[in-house]
Design a protein around this ligand. Structure first.
Ligand SMILES: Cc1cc2nc3c(=O)[nH]c(=O)nc-3n(C[C@H](O)[C@H](O)[C@H](O)COP(=O)(O)OP(=O)(O)OC[C@H]3O[C@@H](n4cnc5c(N)ncnc54)[C@H](O)[C@@H]3O)c2cc1C
Length: 410
């Protein structure tokens, strides 16, 4: 591939998957001036698979400077997209409270706050009383306080992707629905495009953003990547009196749960103590991911834990359950960038359950990986090349599940 095409913006891109990640990447490429960008999606609309199930929380408080920066980039994009009155992502910058139940936890949050401060993300410690002023449903006696991040918030994942799609189309990108990628056009190890039942599509770069289907598709190009789908779910209650949509998002790491107000109801989810993964080696690329049975044992445990802080939530009627297979990697980091083993094939997979909040930031990391002559150490560390030729599946699955199970370990 002639790299000068990246410099003069004449390079062509195919993106497999119109979830939050593929669409966010398309948006970043289009904003950077690339005109020839086509997104291929096998469903009949964008964001129908994992993204549609997302809770939409967008948290910027992370445990490394690079991750905080990435989330900040995404939030800046959500603010920008929200200015469009036709298809806004329904971004609500209500802030977030990371609640500590103990003084030991407070010490972890102090460390997180100093990471945030290093990159200019404003956070502050609130006492229990100050926390309850922001979310009056919480019992002041049950908490030690919280880390407040005023620029956090939530959005509607489907709306975010519609927003990306609309802006991309305005900038000249194509979104083609109902096209399933079956295999790759290859010249030796070079990837030159994809084969679909509706014909071949050629491009200088093919970007794989197929969520839980990343493994079987990458394998068709001869790459084995440890992208492990792990089940995740939350429920939404029927509307509750006095639950204000402007209350902040809540994260309670000591209980491994999160929540937010959703149209006057409570959305409550969490991370299972023992993760349940799906073996993607059993998943054919043309097959849907297996359906997930609602595990009320798990969901009601989230509710019981939350009720220690908000007692009257116990037994609230449930209106909806959302569930899906977000993907995890053994080291907990995204897989972003071109494979040197398969030049022309670029990964945007392994989102570790923040593919929605991270979507815009992921796009800019991918752009840096492709176009920068001196990409940052962080970007280099995300390369698919970090995984060896043959995955050791049993250890990869164990490690990926552990990333899920310890999601909130600060
Ligand atoms: C219950 C739940 C709650 C969550 N909450 C949050 C949250 O609050 N914040 C957050 O940031 N993240 C959250 N996540 C994680 C988030 O949903 C994922 O990280 C994100 O949606 C991944 O986006 P994606 O584009 O990679 O995958 P997907 O949304 O799955 O998109 C992949 C797309 O690729 C398409 N595709 C697959 N194979 C092919 C093919 N062969 N040809 C063409 N197209 C193909 C699929 O049809 C699909 O549309 C949550 C996930 C779940 C399940």
């Amino acid at each position: 591939m002639n790299r000068s095409k990246l410099k003069d913006k004449s390079a062509s891109f195919l993106i497999i998957g119109a979830g939050a990640v593929g669409s966010g990447v398309a948006y970043t490429l289009a904003k950077a001036g690339f005109k020839n960008v086509t997104v291929l999606e096998r469903e009949n609309d964008v964001a129908k698979v994992t993204t549609s199930q997302g809770a939409g929380l967008c948290g910027q408080v992370r445990n490394s400077i690079d991750r905080v920066r990435l989330a900040m980039r995404s939030v800046a994009t959500f603010r920008e997209l929200q200015k469009d009155s036709v298809a806004p992502p329904e971004w609500r910058e209500v802030g977030s409270l990371r609640i500590a139940l103990s003084d030991e936890k407070k010490q972890d949050f102090v460390k997180l706050a100093s990471i945030c401060q290093g990159v200019g993300l404003n956070t502050s410690w609130l006492s229990a009383e100050e926390t309850v002023e922001k979310c009056p449903a919480i019992d002041v006696n049950e908490i030690a306080g919280s880390l407040w991040c005023p620029s956090d918030g939530y959005l509607t994942p489907y709306r975010l992707v519609k927003s990306y799609e609309r802006q991309c189309i305005k900038m000249g990108c194509n979104f083609v629905m109902g096209v399933e990628v079956n295999s790759f056009l290859m010249d030796g190890s070079q990837i030159q495009g994809v084969v679909t039942q509706k014909g071949d599509f050629e491009a200088d770069f093919t970007i794989l953003a197929a969520g839980a289907h990343a493994y079987p598709l990458a394998l068709k190009a001869g790459l084995e990547l440890p992208v492990v789908p792990v089940r995740h779910a939350y429920f939404v209650t029927t509307p509750l009196t006095d639950w204000d949509p402007d209350w902040p998002c809540l994260r309670i790491p000591e209980m491994s749960i999160y929540g937010r107000v959703s149209n006057g109801s409570l959305l409550l989810g969490g991370w299972e103590r023992v993760g349940h993964s799906m073996d993607p080696r059993q998943l054919a690329s043309e097959e849907n991911s297996p359906s997930i049975r609602t595990d009320w044992g798990v969901l009601l445990k989230f509710e019981r834990d939350f009720a220690k802080l908000v007692p009257n939530i116990l037994g609230a009627q449930k209106a909806k359950v959302a569930k899906g297979w977000p993907t995890f990697t053994p080291d907990g980091h995204f897989i972003i960038g071109e494979s040197t083993k398969r030049p022309g094939l670029v990964m945007a997979v392994g989102c570790n359950a923040h593919g929605i909040s991270g979507s815009a930031g992921i796009g800019s990391l991918l752009l840096e990986a492709l176009t920068s002559e001196t990409p940052s150490n962080y970007v280099t560390s995300l390369s698919p090349d970090r995984f060896s030729e043959n995955c050791d599946w049993s250890s990869s699955v164990k490690e990926a599940r552990s990333v899920y199970e310890h999601y909130y370990s600060d």
